[in-house]
Design a protein around this ligand. Structure first.
Ligand code: HMG
Ligand code: MG
Length: 298
């Protein structure tokens, strides 16, 4: 029988808010995370412990972690670039560490000021620290389907970077379509190329919807056995160091597809929709999800 469970990693509080021109208050960030947990989100990427000079929008990661109302069974994770970030994150009691690097050298340099090889060296002790605390580690591979500076990224290059992360001991990989250029055949091709590197149940898709292909890519992922997708409520988001990166795949739209195809996520669509309406008021602009667009017309 087909396994109908799909997990969703809600990255709105991190990927969504890192790109907002108007910094959202700490209080609203806390309310956002709590509302997501209340709606049934079981994996929430709360913030990032990167250099505040690089991402001032998330400089209050400590305050957010200190104030959220932790629910049993919910994984509260954070994005971490180096040992300094990991030390900050451990003091906050994160449940999972999310490390990141890019498959293309130029984007990696722009995003973390290092080569890919230097980044892998910097991440090794981060993974060790996480595992010493029995924390799972997710590794993002950005620009896995295309780079804003280098164009198409060769599949072998992505497989090499994923293999290096798996060798470091990363438990789960999230393939990032950072600027939303992927099409379904690329998803299918890359997943097939990774078959010998790690099982598909340890691969997530992190899609941005710049060209409207994200949902088609979800379907390609589902058909290839992927059971975990990242989403950002309302489609908020983007990477400030990737020109042209628009919002993430919207969790509200993703949920529409999954639930009507018979997949179970534990997320309550009505509560999520209420949170999306609330979030729109917080960021003071229409959110790009189809679900929000329909709700605004109603
Ligand atoms: P750097 O400037 O090369 O690092 O940045 P540095 O070691 O020279 O440090 C510079 C300053 O930052 C120093 O402070 C450090 O102490 C401080 P100063 O002495 O100047 O006062 N510092 C820190 N402070 C707090 N926490 C830290 C930390 N580290 C250094 N962890 C660095 C290198 C990696 C730190 C920087 O480039 C950085 O933070 N980059 C993060 C950029 C980022 O967050 N991008 C967006 C997230 S990735 C993304 O969105 C893609 C994803 O969604 C997947 C996809 O869509 O593909 C995940
Ligand atoms: Mg992203």
């Amino acid at each position: 029988m087909k396994d109908t469970r799909v997990s969703v990693v809600e990255v709105g509080p991190r990927d969504g808010l890192q790109n907002e021109a108007n910094t959202v208050s700490t209080e609203d960030k806390v309310a956002f995370v709590d509302r997501l947990a209340h709606a049934g989100c079981q994996r929430i990427e709360v913030s990032s412990f990167v250099a505040p000079k690089w991402i001032p929008q998330l400089a209050d990661a400590e305050e957010v972690f200190a104030a959220i109302d932790r629910r049993q069974g919910v994984e509260y994770s954070a994005l971490i670039p180096n040992v300094r970030g990991m030390e900050r994150a451990l003091l906050c009691g994160i449940d999972a560490a999310h490390v990141f690097l890019s498959a293309s050298e130029t984007h990696n340099r722009k995003n973390v000021n290092k080569t890919i090889a230097e980044t892998l060296s910097a991440l090794r002790p981060v993974v060790e620290l996480a595992h010493a605390e029995q924390l799972p580690v997710r590794g993002y591979v950005s620009t896995a389907f295309g780079c804003p500076y280098e164009g198409r990224v060769a599949e072998e290059q992505v497989v090499g970077v994923v293999t290096s992360l798996v060798d470091l001991g990363v438990d789960e990989i999230s393939l990032g379509d950072t600027i939303g250029v992927a099409v379904p055949t690329q998803i299918t091709g890359l997943l097939a190329a990774l078959a010998g590197v790690l099982p598909v149940d340890r691969i997530s898709l992190h899609l941005h919807d710049t060209r409207g292909t994200a949902m088609a890519n979800v379907l390609a992922g589902l058909q290839a056995g992927v059971t975990c997708f990242d989403g950002s409520l309302g489609g908020l988001g983007g990477c400030p160091y990737a020109p042209g990166a628009s919002g993430n795949l919207a969790t509200d739209d993703l949920l529409y597809l999954l639930s009507r195809m018979g997949y179970e996520t534990c997320i309550d669509e009505d509560k999520l929709a209420e949170t999306a309406a609330w979030l729109e008021a917080v960021v003071q602009k229409p959110l790009p999800s189809h679900a929000r667009s329909i709700a605004r017309r109603a």
